[in-house]
Ligand binder design. Structure first.
Ligand SMILES: Cc1cc2nc3c(=O)[nH]c(=O)nc-3n(C[C@H](O)[C@H](O)[C@H](O)COP(=O)(O)OP(=O)(O)OC[C@H]3O[C@@H](n4cnc5c(N)ncnc54)[C@H](O)[C@@H]3O)c2cc1C
Length: 490
């Protein structure tokens, strides 16, 4: 017997897959979202620049431009409904040489062609008045007021939680390894058994080519373009509030500096073409290149204030560009590929288009009588004022127990992150949901407390707790100190 028999199967629980799931959760359809990874959040979707672009520099007239431009205004409302941080920080594109200055006119023209009419030219003085840390060599700039920032992981996880609250199912550690079209739908082989589905949405990012290949579609390839980043401590007196963008090249938007919604800054990314789709590691050369490039725009940048690094892989499609495809000879199959370096920003519009395409393909569109568009976030102790903190502690005494000192994350928040649906199952899952371990000491202090809480809440042994799924177990044995628990600061 098939373990899952659903109306729609979505392959990939990244920004695209979860946004599609949330969009479909309004309808009387059974939907299953599967991901080969051990958590929702995707691959590229959790390791990017975290910018909600306006689309001002997208190729005019392209599907990408249409999606990004259409999505941008949807973010503020969505983030407020999902109770996640969103900030319209604005961006300043800095021309730091005469040659870059000469390119600004074309970028402005492109912005107009993309219907982004609020981009404004700035003189060198205006750039420096807005951001005094920018290089005094600045020639001119462009202000892009609606470029914004989000927490990319929370964006995905909050949509997944909202979709789950409306009946969508999520299955992680579930890799699709085969796909066959039958008369009445699809038979999907996965590492967690056979799934039957009437419709299949391929939102597999880097692996969209492999998934389409299962059905004999072999007219495109996807390779990885790695981007490496440094994260800068929020205690650094950098004093920059806008996203600082270089003049983009044909291949990349270039190495930028972006504030995060949590008060840090990101600098990066590189753009390295790779065949290996698993090369998530950072390199000395890549990270040095990032510092050197951003220092050109912000000379006071101090690499000593870096607290960690990460790398993400952009799914680069050849032939390029966004492609949303249905196939007459494979009814029920929808492929969403080529969503490369603007997919976070475009995801909300992509989901609306995917829903419409599925309906055109025959998916019934009866609406559920009741659904909720809202989701409540985990109340954050750090951001609460004194009165609110007292109320939180009264509601749950575990709010009085700080687990992560750098980010002031309490035991109550860690516990809630585990009991959400879909909830954290490992250390990275907790970290991404409530920021425990993401501060200056990078889990030096809470490194052992989080696994103890995970083990206790999930009813597993400490040896079974992982950093990010099977194969990343963190312990070989348990010391006496760990068995009795380190509760000296209760
Ligand atoms: C360095 C970098 C910087 C970026 N900056 C920005 C930015 O600032 N703003 C912006 O809008 N965009 C940005 N992007 C682009 C954005 O991150 C991506 O376009 C977007 O995340 C793509 O989402 P996705 O859901 O298609 O892919 P992913 O997040 O990669 O999700 C695809 C999922 O499919 C799963 N999967 C694959 N194969 C299978 C299988 N066979 N079975 C089951 N599951 C499978 C994967 O495990 C993965 O979780 C950036 C990307 C990178 C790498």
């Amino acid at each position: 017997m098939d373990r899952y028999n659903v109306d729609v199967l979505i392959i990939g629980a990244g920004a695209i897959g979860t946004a599609v799931a949330r969009e479909l959760s309004k309808f009387e359809q059974t939907v299953l979202v599967v991901d080969r990874l051990n958590d929702v959040g995707g691959d590229a979707s959790k390791s990017n620049s975290a910018i909600v672009h306006t689309g001002f520099d997208a190729p005019p007239g392209s599907l990408e431009s249409q999606m990004v431009v259409h999505s941008n205004p949807m973010f503020s409302g969505l983030c407020s409904a999902l109770d996640i941080p969103f900030k319209q920080s604005g961006a300043i594109l800095v021309a730091a040489s005469d040659q870059e200055d000469a390119e600004l006119q074309d970028i402005l023209k492109k912005a107009r062609e993309n219907h982004i009419f609020d981009v404004e030219p700035l003189s060198a003085k205006e750039v420096l008045d807005l951001e005094p840390a920018v290089t005094p060599d600045v020639k001119r700039g462009l202000l892009v007021p609606r470029e914004s920032i989000v927490d990319p992981f929370l964006l995905v996880v909050a949509q997944a939680e909202n979709a789950a609250a409306n009946g969508m199912q999520f299955l992680t550690d579930c890799e699709v390894v085969g796909l066959t079209r039958r008369r009445d739908g699809f038979t999907v082989e996965s590492t967690r058994g056979v799934i039957r589905s009437k419709y299949v949405v391929n939102a597999a990012g880097l692996y969209t080519d492999r998934v389409s290949g299962f059905l004999g579609i072999d007219d495109f390839k996807v390779h990885a373009r790695r981007g490496q980043f440094h994260v800068i401590d929020r205690a650094t007196p950098l004093g920059i509030s806008h996203i600082i963008l270089p003049v983009p090249t044909k291949i990349t938007k270039g190495k930028l500096l972006a504030p995060t919604v949590h008060g840090n800054w990101l600098i990066g990314p590189t753009a390295e073409e790779l065949e290996d789709k698993s090369a998530h590691q950072t390199t000395k050369a890549g990270l040095e290149e990032v510092v050197a490039s951003v220092k050109r725009l912000i000379p006071s940048l101090d690499s000593g204030s870096v607290i960690t690094q990460y790398a993400g892989l952009r799914p680069v499609r050849e032939p390029g560009g966004y492609h949303f495809r249905r196939f007459d000879d494979i009814p029920g199959y929808l492929e969403l590929s080529g969503i490369r370096s603007t997919g976070l920003s475009a995801s909300l519009a992509v989901a609306v288009v995917a829903k419409s395409m599925l309906i055109e393909m025959g998916m019934p569109s009866d609406r559920k009588p009741t659904t909720t568009a809202k989701r409540e976030g985990i109340p954050c102790f750090r951001d609460a004022d004194t009165l609110a903190r007292e109320q939180l502690i009264r509601s749950d005494p575990r709010y009085d127990h700080v687990i992560c000192r750098c980010e002031t994350v309490t035991e109550a928040e860690v516990v809630q992150s585990i009991h959400r649906t879909p909830g954290a199952r490992d250390i990275d899952g907790v970290k991404r949901r409530v920021r425990a371990g993401l501060g200056r000491c990078q889990a030096g202090f809470c490194g052992m407390r989080i696994p103890q809480i995970i083990a206790r809440e999930l009813g597993v042994s400490l040896e079974e707790v992982t950093k990010k799924g099977k194969g990343s177990e963190i312990l070989v044995g348990v010391t006496k100190m760990m068995r009795i628990g380190c509760h000296e600061d209760h």
